[in-house]
Write a protein that binds this ligand. Structure first.
Ligand SMILES: [Cu+2]
Length: 234
């Protein structure tokens, strides 16, 4: 005799199962703090190219090697899962690296392996975009003027890949390449959020171009929800 399950019960079971699957992942979120006196802002001298000065309306542009936000946090810090994470392919939507005002925007970028990086030139001057990877294959491309765009990818995990412009010696960007989607870059709020992290034991690590790295072990059991983590640089 076959057992007949009423369709309402079947739907309920599906709903419960789906809910459970979603609940099993965790969102890692928090802030990167900077304690102490913020380093003095350093102006970039762009005098060698009048087009660069003009693009910025002769306003000062500051170095971004240590970006302390007004709320005492740090921008431009990469936060990522380092150990315990299996290679995973997430959303591979292209990300933009803009050369605007003779400055890379963003200064710090994080991508997945094979995620397209659309590099654009928004300036009416020549830039050349030159990667200095140690593990990945490098590129060095001249971009003659406004509206030029190219697309590049990195095929292996690497942190950091420095990108520079040989025309304007001050132009610097850093790219973190990961074989999973569990990373974030802090912005002007100093906050980060890494979604959909499966249960497991991980090392969560930070990278800051001048101040180095910090790490912490996290154990995520199948509780779902949110786990808060903070890091403090001095
Ligand atoms: Cu340039």
């Amino acid at each position: 005799m076959s057992l007949k399950i009423p369709s309402c019960c079947f739907l309920l079971a599906v709903a419960l199962f789906t809910n459970n699957t979603q609940a099993a992942t965790t969102t890692l979120t928090g802030f990167i703090f900077f304690k102490g006196k913020a380093p003095k802002k350093e102006t970039i001298r762009m005098n060698s190219d009048p087009a660069c000065l003009k693009q910025n309306g002769n306003n000062p542009v500051y170095k971004e090697d240590v970006q302390v936000n007004t709320n005492g946090t740090l921008a431009g810090v990469i936060v990522y899962l380092k150990q315990g994470v299996k290679p995973t392919v997430g959303d591979l939507t292209p990300v933009i690296l803009d050369q605007a005002g003779c400055h890379y925007n963003p200064h710090v970028l994080a991508v997945q392996v094979n995620q397209p990086i659309k590099i654009i030139n928004s300036d009416p001057t020549m830039h050349n975009v030159h990667s200095l990877a140690k593990t990945n294959q490098n590129f060095n491309v001249g971009m003659a003027g406004k509206g030029d765009a190219i697309e590049k990818k990195f095929s292996k995990p690497e942190l950091p890949v420095r990108v520079k412009c040989d025309v304007h010696g001050w132009m610097n960007a850093f790219v973190g390449v990961f074989d999973h989607p569990y990373f974030a870059v802090t912005d002007s709020t100093g906050g980060f959020m890494i979604k959909n992290v499966p249960p497991g034991e991980y090392t969560i690590e930070t990278w800051q171009e001048k101040l180095g790295s910090k790490s912490e072990k996290v154990k995520l059991v199948e509780i779902g929800g949110t786990k808060k983590i903070e890091f403090t640089y001095q």
